[in-house]
Ligand binder design. Structure first.
Ligand code: Z2T
Length: 831
């Protein structure tokens, strides 16, 4: 960490071109960076050169605040939140940093005076897609809010060389292309080659006697890999605080390399380098664990070990002795991916820093907190004991020892209840023995939370019922939130401006509850007109974007009905499809009926190995092709699949949506966060009582939310009574004809077999009860269409949705974590 003083301006020019916020300073800074870093003149610069110069000019202004923050945190020995996450789905930095610096207008004017197209410069940025979906994006929103709330924090993760794949659609199928996001350089990161830690793998453990004749354990690894820090500054909105996102890149250990050279094995040394670097090479593109992938376990241990070693280094650099480690640091585990941290901290405290078990455990279990993100049983991580032992022999010993202490406690409390002991054990013993990472995380943590009220209840009553019986006070809820900076101000500047003008202030950007001020104007016809105009403008922009990318032309007057999220059966994109097919059949049967035009828009990636999800994408595109080209439909309904849904593309989608599809089977979506992003941008929701939908509906009012379908309780009941989807198929003639139409080959050039795996699964198994909710969904969609006819009323509902979304700011979520879980205080850095 830099010990330097905040840079004193050497002279006026330097001050103004590196840190000045005036238009002149920005222009000069930009031209200097273009010349001295990019080696370009204005006349020969490529669009990418211009983007890089803009990025450096912005970064210059952040760095000064960063050094100030680091110095303040250090000298105050501030309690620090460490957010450990295998994923950070950041999205593009430039526009977001300009908003947080408060210089969007000045920068835009500066660019125009230089004759540059600023929007084009911003669009040049390749986004760091270091995450799959909600979980990774949540981590990014939390980083923004931690800085904005001035809470000292470090995000720790992996600097994947390849992030989530780029999706293209070829012949209707998803095709994955590798995401070479670092190809043209990354101006936002600062490599820290001297912040480097060794990470051990494999080998064996042995006992030895130390100087005090105590028995100690030594881990003799078979492989050592170095983790090198790459830092990205995360600036808060309108504050001087800059926190750190520290991502680890794997490199061959210098000492290992040297050994290979000594025996003359040059090729061996180079090979070791290549193998070492594979550890941070690529993000696993699944939203649930891929069974038994050794490299994935290596990745998890890699970033966990580097991060904990770094925290111990910081402890020595700031506070001193390790006894106060749990006062200096709190670690939030983002799902179980980093839960090896529990065993790794124990190992480092005992084996490297001389602590006995009890002292080490006392610290460890006060440091960690764990967030659960799913109830889906197939998404709970376990690792086979044999793989675990081969890779992390010392950690297996520690896990066993934690388990022994823990199960002794369980046995004392629940005498003779060996069935319970078996369920709560860190080791699953049915079949091949496996380490249960969720149980490790719960046992090793001081607090456990779910991500929406319903989900946190289900965590207590189903998933972790035994643990809740045992430690009721350990369980919490923190409903997710999203950052209004990126998802309102950056994504939807027109709406942001209208809100600020209507409320007479932009305070809502840091205090989202202030959106309530809009309610006073919800009946104001002047506002209605402007609100509608803002939405139409966003719809035109999106339509142009989609026309350019897909060739499909949408009517901006139509209802923009959007479902954008990972493709998964539990999210039920196929339920949406059945409604589209119903609309299609209705028009075919009575072509002259008066119906509200709709544009059905989908976006989302399927895990490359998830066959059924990929088939759903193919079916969306197949249905689109038929409907969009049927002259009888005549554009009344249109279907389009937005390729490569990611943060950047999502920013085009949220502002343009009229209707947000949140139609998962109740009890399956832990929270959802897209639901919040849409509603904040004035879309109405059609949704089930699942995840955060429940709370969104409570906030916006049930009259402003289109609810349908079974509740989580009803789902459970229905399943216990025996669910027979084929009976729905047999009894509901329209449902039957919609499914039969898929099987007819109409959407597949006569191929009656292509979609059989999907339709057979619906009729015979239907694990996510699409057929049970079909009728209610169709009826609810009919209400939506009727409601849309009354433009005044719809606009009023849209305004009220935005006005009542204050709760769903990630600032509120972070405040709850800080107060109830972390017990951290803000440390303001002045401007
Ligand atoms: C993920 O994005 C989510 C849960 C996971 O469980 C894994 C991934 Cl990659 C292991 C999502 C949830 O599905 C979603 O409901 C939630 O809003 C989001 O995490 C953030 O909590």
């Amino acid at each position: 960490m830099s010990m330097a003083q905040s840079p004193e301006p050497l002279d006026v020019d330097r001050e103004s071109t590196r840190t000045g916020m005036s238009k002149t300073a920005l222009k000069q800074g930009f031209l200097d960076n273009l010349f001295y870093i990019q080696g370009r003149f204005r006349e020969v610069a490529t669009p990418h050169d211009l983007y890089m110069a803009a990025a450096y000019t912005t970064r210059d202004r952040i760095l000064e605040r960063w050094i100030k923050s680091a110095q303040h945190y250090k000298s105050n020995q501030s309690r620090t939140v460490c957010y450990l996450s295998a994923e950070f789905l950041l999205g593009p930095h430039l526009a977001n940093n300009l908003v947080n610096l408060g210089i969007v207008e000045t920068a835009t004017e500066a660019a125009h005076e230089l004759g540059l197209d600023f929007d084009a410069i911003i669009a040049e940025e390749e986004e760091p897609g270091l995450g799959n979906g909600g979980l990774g994006r949540l981590a990014a929103c939390f980083m923004d809010s931690l800085s904005t709330l001035q809470i000292p924090s470090i995000g720790y993760g992996i600097r994947y060389e390849f992030g989530i794949f780029d999706q293209t659609i070829e012949d209707g199928w998803q095709v994955e292309k590798s995401d070479n996001w670092l190809r043209n350089g990354n101006p936002w990161e600062i490599p820290r080659p001297k912040i480097r830690f060794p990470v051990f793998y494999g080998g064996y453990t042995e006992q030895y006697r130390d100087h005090d004749d105590r028995t100690r354990t030594r881990w003799v690894p078979a492989q050592i890999i170095d983790g090198v820090a790459y830092d990205t500054p995360i600036l808060g909105y309108g504050v001087g605080n800059v926190n750190l996102l520290r991502l680890w890149k794997a490199e061959a250990s210098e000492s290992f390399d040297f050994q290979a050279f000594n025996v003359g094995n040059y090729y061996g040394a180079v090979h070791a380098k290549i193998e070492a670097e594979t550890i941070s090479k690529v993000l696993y593109p699944n939203d649930e664990p891929e069974a038994g992938k050794e490299l994935r376990l290596k990745q998890q241990f890699f970033f966990v070990s580097c991060s904990i070693q770094d925290m111990i280094r910081l402890q020595f650099n700031t506070v001193g002795p390790l006894d106060s480690f749990a006062e200096k640091f709190v670690v939030q585990l983002n799902d179980t991916h980093p839960s090896l941290a529990v065993a790794e901290l124990m190992r480092l405290l005992m084996d490297e820093h001389d602590m006995d078990w009890d002292r080490a455990w006392d610290i460890t279990h006060r440091v960690f907190c764990y967030t659960n993100h799913t109830l889906l049983p197939e998404a709970l991580e376990t690792w086979s004991v044999s793989l675990f032992e081969r890779l992390l022999p010392r950690h297996l010993e520690i896990v066993y020892e934690i388990n022994r202490h823990f199960l002794d406690e369980v046995r004392i409390r629940f005498l003779g209840d060996e069935e319970r002991v078996r369920r709560m054990s860190l080791i699953a013993e049915d079949g091949e023995r496996r380490v249960r990472m969720a149980n490790l995380a719960v046992v090793g943590s001081r607090a456990v939370n779910g991500v929406a009220a319903l989900h946190s209840e289900l965590v207590k009553t189903t998933l972790f019922k035994d643990f809740h019986d045992f430690w009721p006070d350990r369980f919490h809820n923190v409903t997710n939130g999203v950052t209004p900076r990126r998802f309102m101000v950056v994504a939807n500047p027109r709406l942001a401006r209208l809100i600020s003008e209507t409320c007479g202030s932009d305070d809502w950007i840091r205090d989202l509850g202030r959106l309530r001020d809009l309610e006073a104007h919800a009946m104001d016809s002047g506002l209605h007109e402007r609100w509608h105009a803002v939405k139409i403008a966003a719809k035109r922009d999106l339509a142009a974007w989609l026309k350019h990318r897909t060739g499909v032309l949408l009517d901006p007057e139509a209802i923009f009905d959007v479902q954008a999220k990972r493709i998964h059966e539990y999210k039920r994109q196929h339920l949406n499809l059945l409604h589209i097919i119903r609309c299609y059949q209705r028009i075919k049967q009575s072509p002259n009926q008066d119906m509200v035009p709709r544009a059905f828009i989908f976006g989302g990636k399927a895990a490359p190995g998830y066959f059924m999800a990929k088939l759903i994408i193919k079916l969306i595109n197949a249905v689109a092709e038929v409907i969009n080209n049927d002259p009888q439909i005549n554009g009344f309904i249109r279907v389009v699949f937005m390729p490569d849904f990611n943060v950047k593309n999502g920013q085009h989608l949220y502002p343009a949506a009229n209707l947000s599809e949140q139609i998962s089977l109740a009890g399956k979506e832990a929270s959802g966060t897209g639901n919040m992003k849409f509603s904040m941008n004035g879309a109405l929701t059609i949704g089930t009582l699942d995840g955060a939908n429940v709370e969104i509906r409570e906030e916006v009012g049930k009259e402003n939310f289109f609810l349908f379908g079974m509740s989580a309780d009803e789902v459970g009941q229905h399943q216990r009574e025996g669910y027979r989807p084929w009976e729905y198929y047999a009894r509901d003639a329209e449902l039957k004809s919609d499914i039969d139409l898929i099987n007819s080959g109409l959407f597949s050039h006569g191929d009656t077999q292509l979609f059989r795996p999907l339709t057979d699964r619906l009729v015979n198994q239907d694990p996510f009860m699409v057929l049970a909710d079909y009728r209610a969904y169709i009826a609810c969609q009919d209400h939506v269409a009727e409601a849309y006819r009354d433009h005044q009323h719809w606009t009023r509902m849209s305004i009220l949705n935005v006005a009542r979304m204050g709760k769903f700011s990630s600032d509120r979520a972070i405040r709850e974590y800080a107060e109830h879980i972390w017990r951290t205080e803000p440390h303001p850095i002045g401007l």
